[in-house]
Design a protein around this ligand. Sequence first.
Ligand code: PRP
Ligand code: MN
Ligand code: MG
Length: 185
Amino acid sequence: IADVHDQIDHELVSKTQIEEKINSVAAQVSKDYKDTDLLLVAVLKGAMNTLVAFSQALSINVQMDFMSLSSYGDGLSSSGTIKVRQDLACDVKGRDILIVEDIVDSGHTLDWLIRELKNRGAASVEVFALLEKPSRREVDVPLKYRGYEVPDEFVVGFGLDYKERFRNLDSIAVLKPEVYQGEAV
Ligand code: PRP
Ligand code: MN
Ligand code: MG
């Protein structure tokens, strides 16, 4: 297993750009939900880095819960079938929820989760997604808070993985083609 940085082709979004965007969204959310008992629902595993940075940048007091969902598996594209690896710990009935997600690709994961939370009786469900790949959208998902648009390349870092690796990279980057063409991981 080689050094992470040797496997990166180029950086798409820097650590500083990520911080700036997350801080500005957090400032807006702190205003919008000033008088609300907000519940953040992070979609594991990809959203873990965004959740930490985002929640720490909020000036309002929030609750947090986690749902671990898988649509990619080990593949290079979303399967469209959502697997619940681990469910929320709390009851969302009557709660105002902000879903925190790392990326919207086909849109199936968020489309499923928004419906699911509403079915469970959530009072409101909105979304913050740090990244989106508009060219790959199959279902329309309403994003109240958005970060950066990325091209249709396989992006990793800041929570995003390729075969469970590269989540610990502190920026968003594109892998060298040989990494996902062969065994170089
Ligand atoms: C990735 C990503 C989003 C989802 C986006 O998760 O973190 O949750 O796919 O794709 P979609 O819009 O096409 O549904 P993944 O299934 O890889 O699980 P992970 O977060 O544990 O990596
Ligand atoms: Mn995910
Ligand atoms: Mg993944």
